[in-house]
Design a protein around this ligand. Structure first.
Ligand code: B12
Ligand code: SF4
Length: 561
């Protein structure tokens, strides 16, 4: 177990707390928002962490424009902080350690530090224990204003509950404050929450099971702004892009919930139509869907035709019945049926990133082979094989932590039946997410060693992305040779950056990128921005002068009534 005081002493041994004179002239007091990262200062990043721009929008203009620091781009330099500044830090479980480090340094310079984000929502007391002046749980969109008012009047409370704000209140981002040329994809949210309750996922716990649709006008205005900035690809950072499809509604037994889902489906389809009419130059969108989208051909077609969804992460999780039972996702198709599902989504023009978890309680060395074989035959454009990991706030992790506590009491097993066959390492006080030397696998699987699990995951990435398999996938696409070559290079790049781990916002991956890989990333993003985005932004800005290009009524509806 980590000794808290030793860790703090080693980590925050800051010799000087002098303020960088270049910041002296700036307006008083300032708000600084920090997105911490374990991998500092890569310089460029694929995806914008949305909370940064949303909190910037939530900051009343009277307090001045906040300074946005995304540590994947630029390390947080504590010298920029002056006494009286308010520093807001957003953390998830993977980057909380870096967040606490930034917090401590900001506090040493006399700032008031407020911590929010998924991790702070799940364990708010931890940020306070580490010295935060205040912690915000839930959505920051509305409550942030109150926090700032209180902070500047010296009336700050310890805990603020932002709750789940209504869809209409979910704010757009302030893109003007971000150096967007450092990123490949901006992220926009269209809906929050997910009606499912998978045991490995914290979304339904924090965001709720009732989907919240964001305001259509706000989404359209935001996407049009991003189009004007030259972005041609966006991430729809939705918890679940298709919360209510025909299949989902059909299996709902609760009448009230079914009614709510039916309304949501109608609302989504209306939104898709308005989006199509209102977004003048539609960017290609990448999002996260459930496989149930195939149960609803109208929804699937509209996602592609009206919203421009061209790729989606689909939570396959497991190809076996037992695996799906493990994660309470038996509504997902299994085996051959899942292959048909993936092929149907691909046939609708949406490239599938099949997301598969390995290391589930029922997984064995045999299921690893099955997983590879199914993935290869699935027809998915891409696949990721992720390690089953205990994230805080999930049913699985809560059970494992409780099991660990009970085991430590040495009560006879007859009195306590562990809930999970998987155990979390360490004694009951060991908070693995705070361990700087965190082992890759923090759990003990009932039948496989950690090495075996990692080997199988490695083998799966190797076989799916082998030169031959990638070339074959490229060859089978109905594309021009140039597109096939691009696809091949992209897939190899995906494997290089995310292999062994899965798609992330760069910041959380522990993967050590070689200098060559980092440089290629920089060159690729620089190239995209310089030669494509700037040109595109210029072209569009000349077009905006012609009336109505970005108005919501720009195009007639394409949906047949
Ligand atoms: C889109 C998404 C992705 C995208 C983009 C990620 C990105 N960084 O932009 C992709 C596909 C790349 C991705 C990857 C991964 N993700 Co993800 N992702 C999401 C998702 C669905 C939405 C995130 C989002 O942008 N929401 C919109 C913004 C506006 O909401 P927000 O960040 O929560 O911020 C609000 C509040 O939290 C609060 N807030 C946030 N910060 C602050 C700071 C202050 C000071 C205040 C006051 C308030 C505040 O106010 C904000 C506005 O309301 C979430 C689910 C979720 N609901 O959080 C999972 C989620 C964050 N991801 C998760 C995981 C596990 C991952 C991966 C590790 C998956 C993997 N490969 O194994 C990777 C890496 C994560 C990372 N951080 O990079 C987990 C995190 C669990 C945890 N306890 O930390 C989540 C919660 C989903 C889950 N399965 O449980 N992800
Ligand atoms: S894994 Fe996907 S479907 Fe399951 S609860 Fe989380 S967001 Fe919903």
């Amino acid at each position: 177990m980590i000794s808290y005081s030793r860790w703090m002493a080693a980590r925050f041994n800051v010799a000087s707390v002098e303020v960088d004179p270049s910041w002296e002239g700036a307006m008083d007091p300032r708000i600084i928002l920090v997105n911490p990262s374990r991998k500092k200062n890569v310089g460029f990043s694929f995806i914008v962490p949305r909370w940064l721009v949303v909190l910037a929008e939530a900051t009343p203009r009277k307090f001045g424009d906040p300074v946005l620091i995304d540590e994947t781009i630029q390390s947080f330099d504590p010298a920029m902080v002056r006494p009286g500044d308010v520093v807001g830090i957003g953390i998830n479980t993977m980057n909380c350690l870096s967040g606490y480090a930034a917090m401590r340094e900001a506090k040493l310079r006399g700032a008031t530090v407020v911590v929010g984000g998924v991790h702070a929502t799940i364990v708010p007391e931890e940020a306070l224990e580490f010295g935060a002046d205040a912690v915000v749980t839930g959505n920051g969109d509305i409550i942030w204003q109150k926090v700032l008012e209180d902070a500047f009047r010296n009336k700050l409370q310890k805990v603020y509950h932002g709750g789940r704000v209504s869809g209409d209140e979910l704010l757009p981002g302030r893109w003007d404050l971000l150096d967007t040329y450092r990123y490949m994809c901006p992220s926009v949210q269209t809906t929050a929450g997910c009606p499912e309750n998978c045991t490995f996922c914290s979304v339904w716990v924090t965001e709720g099971r009732k989907p919240r649709q964001r305001s259509t006008d706000r989404i359209i205005a935001e996407v049009n702004e991003l189009s004007r900035l030259g972005f041609r690809v966006i991430i729809l950072a939705d918890d679940n892009f298709n919360p209510a499809t025909q299949g989902r509604i059909a299996r709902e037994t609760n009448r009230t919930v079914r009614k709510m889902l039916e309304q949501n489906r109608e609302e989504r389809l209306r939104f898709f139509e308005s989006y199509d009419r209102g977004v003048a130059v539609k960017p290609a969108a990448f999002t996260q869907m459930t496989s149930e989208i195939v149960s609803d051909p109208e929804y699937l077609k509209a996602s592609h035709d009206l919203v421009g969804v061209r790729a989606a992460l689909i939570g396959v999780e497991s190809f076996t019945d037992d695996g799906l039972k493990d994660v309470r996702k038996t509504w997902n198709k299994k085996g051959e049926e899942m292959l048909e599902t993936i092929q149907a989504i691909e046939a609708a023009g949406i490239s599938v990133l099949a997301s598969i978890i390995f290391g589930l309680p029922s997984d064995t060395l045999e299921t690893a082979s099955t997983m590879r074989e199914f993935a290869a035959r699935s027809g998915a454009t891409a696949a990721q094989f992720t390690l089953y990991s205990p994230f805080l706030g999930t049913v699985d992790t809560s059970e494992m932590l409780r099991d660990r506590k009970m085991r430590a009491t040495n009560r006879p097993l007859a009195e306590y039946q562990p809930r999970s066959p998987i155990q979390i390492l360490g004694d009951p006080d060991y908070r693995f997410w705070l361990d700087e030397k965190l082992p890759r696998v923090v759990t003990i699987h009932p039948t496989m060693s950690s090495d075996e699990i990692l080997q199988e995951i490695g083998k799966s990435w190797d076989s799916f992305y082998s030169f031959f398999s990638t070339a074959k996938r490229a060859w089978l696409k109905q594309w021009s040779l140039k597109q096939k070559i691009c696809f091949f290079l992209l897939e190899q790049g995906f494997r290089k950056f995310y292999g062994g781990y899965g798609i992330s916002a760069d910041s959380v991956s522990d993967k050590q990128l070689s200098r060559i890989a980092r440089s290629s990333l920089k060159v690729a993003i620089e190239f995209y921005n310089r030669f494509f985005r700037r040109k595109e932004a210029k072209r569009l800005s000349t077009q905006t002068s012609s009336a109505g290009l970005f108005s919501h009524e720009a195009k007639p509806s394409l949906r047949q009534e």
